[in-house]
Design a protein around this ligand. Structure first.
Ligand code: KG4
Ligand code: ZN
Length: 363
C-alpha cells in the first residue's frame, strides 16, 4: 500500500522548461480527485517567432522577467494565500537548462520561505499523470506524447513506474511540423499552419513513411521532412495549391505513421501493463490538437478496442497545473525532494529503456 495521506493538499506548480512561463494552483483531495484553482500561462511566442523556434537564452531571460508576476496572478485568481500552500512543485527537467534553473530556484525559495516541501517534477511525468486530474483515470494506460520536444510511447503503470515502448530517433513530431511549415514559408508554430493549409489540399504527393512496419514502435521523422523539401523544390515556385497539397500529403504521411506505430504499441501493451489490463490510449502534447491525427488515432484505437482519452487542449500543451498535480500526487505518497535536487536538461522517464538505435536502425 502507498502511504496515501488522508488529507487534501494545495500545490503551487511552476513550469519553465521551454517557452511558456506558467504558474498554477491545484487542490488534490484525500480521495484522489483534483481541481485546478488557477492556471496562468504566459507564452513567449512573440519573442521567439522571428527566429522560427525557441532561443534558449531569450527563453531563460524571459522566465526571469515573467515568473514572479505569473505566480502572483495564480495566487490571486485562486484566492489562495502563500501560507495556505502545502507544497511547491517545479518542472526540474527535461528541457532547456536556463529556464529550468529559473523555475526550480524560485520554487525552492518559496518552499524554504514557507517551510513546505519542494517537489522536483519530471515534465514528462506531469504530462503522463494529467489524465488522473482530468479524467480520474486509474493506472495503467498507454501514453502517446507528441509535442515540439517529445515523441514517446510509454506504458504508465503507476506513479514513477513508466516503461518506454518507443521514441523518436531524430526530430520530435511537433518539430517536424514546425520544420515543414518553415520550409514552405508558413508561420511558427508550424503545426496549426500546416493543418489549416492541409484542409485545402489533396494528399496526392508521394512521401515516405519511415519506420512503418518496424518491430519496435519507434519513430523517425527527419527523412519525411527531407522528402518534403525535395518535393517542394521540384515544384518551386509554389502555388497556394502546391503548398496545400504538400501540407495534406505530409499530414497524411504522419497519420499513417502514427497509426502504424500506435498499433504496434497496442500489440505490446499487455506484455508490459499485465494481462487483462484496461485498454486506454492517452494522447497528449501540442500535436494532439491536430484534428486529422486525432480522428486517425480514434479509428485506430476503436479497431483495437482501446478507449481514446485526450485531455483538454490547455492541459495537453505545456502548463503549470500539470506540474502542480504531479507534485500533489507525489507529495501524497511522501515523495518530496531535497532542496539540493538539481535541474536536469536530460531526464528520461524510463532510464532502463534500451537505446532506440537498437531497433535495427543504421546509425
Ligand atoms: O506541447 P506543446 O505546446 O509544447 C512543447 O513542445 O512542449 O507543443 C507544441 C508543438 C509545436 O511543435 C506545434 O507545431 C505542434 O505542437 N502543434 C501541432 C498542432 N498544434 C500544435 N502540430 C500539428 N497540428 C496541430 N494542429
Ligand atoms: Zn510538454
Amino acid at each position: 500500500m502507498h502511504p496515501d495521506t488522508a488529507r487534501a493538499h494545495i500545490l503551487l506548480g511552476i513550469e519553465t522548461s521551454c517557452d511558456e512561463t506558467a504558474a498554477a494552483l491545484v487542490r488534490r483531495e484525500a480521495d484522489g480527485s483534483g481541481r485546478i484553482l488557477s492556471s496562468v500561462v504566459r507564452s513567449q511566442l512573440d519573442l521567439h517567432k522571428a527566429y522560427g523556434g525557441v532561443v534558449p537564452e531569450i527563453a531563460a531571460r524571459a522566465h526571469v522577467d515573467l515568473l514572479d508576476a505569473a505566480i502572483l496572478q495564480a495566487l490571486e485568481e485562486a484566492k489562495i494565500k502563500l501560507d495556505q500552500v502545502d507544497g511547491v512543485a517545479a518542472a526540474a527537467g527535461p528541457g532547456l537548462i536556463g529556464g529550468l534553473i529559473v523555475g526550480v530556484t524560485t520554487a525552492k525559495a518559496v518552499a524554504l520561505g514557507r517551510g513546505v516541501p519542494f517537489i522536483a517534477v519530471n515534465h514528462l511525468e506531469a504530462h503522463a499523470l494529467t489524465p488522473g486530474l482530468t479524467h480520474r483515470l486509474a493506472f495503467p494506460y498507454l501514453l502517446l506524447l507528441v509535442s515540439g520536444g517529445h515523441t514517446q510511447l510509454l506504458v504508465i503503470k503507476d506513479v514513477g513506474v513508466y516503461e518506454r515502448l518507443g521514441t523518436t530517433l531524430d526530430d520530435a513530431l511537433g518539430e517536424a511540423f514546425d520544420k515543414a511549415a518553415k520550409l514552405l514559408g508558413l508561420g511558427y508554430p508550424g503545426g496549426p499552419e500546416v493543418e489549416r493549409l492541409a484542409a485545402k489540399g489533396r494528399p496526392t504527393i508521394k512521401l515516405p513513411r519511415p519506420m512503418v512496419g518496424r518491430e519496435e514502435p519507434h519513430f523517425s521523422l527527419a527523412g519525411l521532412k527531407t522528402a518534403l523539401r525535395h518535393e517542394a523544390e521540384a515544384r518551386a515556385p509554389l502555388s497556394e495549391q502546391d503548398a496545400a497539397d504538400l501540407c495534406a500529403s505530409f499530414q497524411e504521411a504522419v497519420a499513417e505513421i502514427l497509426s502504424d506505430r500506435v498499433t504496434r504499441a497496442f500489440e505490446l501493451y499487455e506484455r508490459h501493463a499485465g494481462r487483462g489490463a484496461q485498454r486506454i490510449l492517452v494522447v497528449s502534447g501540442g500535436v494532439a490538437a491536430n484534428r486529422r491525427l486525432r480522428s486517425t488515432l480514434e479509428a485506430t484505437a476503436r479497431k483495437h478496442i482501446f478507449r481514446l482519452v485526450v485531455p483538454p487542449p490547455e492541459l495537453c500543451t505545456d502548463n503549470a497545473a500539470m506540474i502542480a498535480w504531479a507534485g500533489a500526487v507525489r507529495l501524497s505518497r511522501g515523495l518530496a525532494d531535497e532542496l539540493s535536487a538539481p535541474a536536469r536538461a536530460r531526464w528520461p522517464l524510463d532510464p532502463d529503456a534500451p537505446p532506440a538505435i537498437g531497433a535495427g536502425v543504421k546509425a
